[in-house]
Design a protein. Structure first.
Length: 164
């Protein structure tokens, strides 16, 4: 495993020096166009749209009614907003495609990380600069452990992994 990580780093460094541009992963196709950059640009914060319901593991995806609180007036004639309006009127959820999923073998709490002053950007990257989202490569066990070391948080395996 250590050799694979070293090989990947060497490939990345070699590619940079060779002038090769390594592209980002493809963003999943979403049911409606959405720009985090545009919405953050008007002052919206992550927690205004992404709720953290009990017990706190997952961050929620916004409901159509949440979006329509603003879009009842803003850009209301655009086709995507008309689709959004129909979803809200029929109380249907927007079938967003999740970019991030917590694996079933990992116990993770967004709430405890937010309460410890971790920022969304530390794991998810500069979302406020993104027109579309893709899964950034910094959410790995190694990255989590590095962050825990840096912040003097527990490295006990049972903190994140349930033993069966």
């Amino acid at each position: 495993m250590r050799w694979a990580c070293f090989s990947l780093r060497l490939l990345l460094v070699s590619s940079v020096f060779a002038g090769v541009v390594i592209s980002q992963p493809a963003a999943p196709k979403q049911p409606l166009p959405f720009s985090h950059k545009q919405h953050a640009g008007v002052g919206l914060k992550c927690k205004e749209c992404h709720q953290n319901a009990d017990p706190g593991e997952m961050m929620g995806l916004p409901a159509a009614s949440k979006c329509m609180a603003c879009h009842v007036e803003i850009a209301k004639d655009k086709p995507a907003i008309q689709s959004l309006k129909q979803l809200a009127a029929s109380k249907q959820t927007i079938p967003w495609v999740r970019v991030y999923q917590i694996p079933s073998y990992v116990s993770f709490s967004h709430r405890s990380h937010l309460e410890s002053s971790a920022s969304c950007q530390e794991c998810h990257g500069p979302v406020a600069e993104r027109e579309v989202l893709w899964r950034e490569g910094n959410i790995t066990m190694g990255a989590c452990m590095d962050c825990h070391r840096k912040n003097r948080a527990s490295l006990d395996c049972a903190l994140c992994h349930e033993f069966r």
